[in-house]
Write a protein of this length. Structure first.
Length: 255
């Protein structure tokens, strides 16, 4: 069931979105060679706690997961695409890191993700991240009243395919509101003019994830959560929570 939010609800979700943005920025600032991934999770926990927010990630267990998720961020490094569990691993110079974070404030959820390089940046990683960010921007621009979900998916996929990147077919964006994952699903590739018509008050999480090796294939780690490229190539992931409004797309997880 697709829930249409009131304008008051959109304002409340904007409050949550700022908390998510603050947590992501704090994690980015703390990331450096030698820092453990679980330390980044602690940074995000502190931001959420000080804001009076809870985490929709912590304890979350979808149907594919063998165990509840044990952290408030997903920390995916290099060939990890999404859902990486922050553990005792230390960051190294040149690592490409994707951080996904959510929050709940007063019953409303927010969800966003960023990718960045730790220390020395490789040109191919910069191109991958820039392209993934542009795909996110294209998807946001397509999220207008009267358009369809397929238009958003096509806008995202067109950017990734033109760059020669792979797009995992089974994972993408989603509706969001009182719960982190709601209808409708928002694929990262698709045909324009298809799917749900977008209305004022619909809120979706748009999240392109591109694989630099060009194949769409991925594999799951033994933890049942972390998804990795099958060829060892690197991946990037960006995400915003976006409200469809009569005035145009409203990004709720901006700083």
């Amino acid at each position: 069931m697709v829930e249409i939010k009131t304008d008051a609800a959109l304002d409340a979700m904007r409050v949550t979105g700022r908390v998510v943005a603050d947590a992501l920025e704090a994690v980015r600032a703390a990331a450096a060679p030698g820092v453990r991934l679980r330390e980044l999770d602690e940074v995000a926990r502190t931001v959420l706690r000080e804001a009076g927010a809870s985490s929709p990630f912590l304890g979350y267990r979808p149907s594919f997961a063998p165990t509840p998720f044990p952290a408030v961020i997903c920390a995916s490094v290099n060939d990890a695409i999404v859902h990486g569990i922050p553990d005792a691993s230390r960051l190294r110079d040149g690592d490409l890191v994707s951080i996904d974070c959510g929050a709940i404030v007063d019953g409303w959820a927010g969800d966003a993700a960023i990718s960045f390089t730790v220390g020395t940046e490789r040109a191919e990683d910069r191109r991958l991240m820039d392209t993934t960010r542009r795909a996110l921007e294209a998807g946001i621009a397509a999220a207008v009243v009267g358009a369809r979900i397929g238009d958003v998916a096509h806008a995202i996929g067109s950017v990734g395919r033109a760059a020669g990147y792979g797009i995992p077919e089974d994972f993408g964006g989603h509706g969001i509101g009182r719960r982190m994952h709601e209808d409708p699903p928002v694929p990262n590739d698709g045909r324009p003019g298809r799917g749900l018509v977008l209305r004022h008050g619909l809120v979706i999480a748009i999240e392109p994830m591109f694989l630099s090796g060009g194949t769409n294939d991925y594999r799951a780690d033994g933890d049942g959560w972390t998804l990795r490229t099958v060829d060892g190539s690197r991946a990037a992931h960006f995400e915003h929570t976006v409200a469809v409004t009569d005035e145009g797309p409203r990004v709720l997880t901006m700083p």
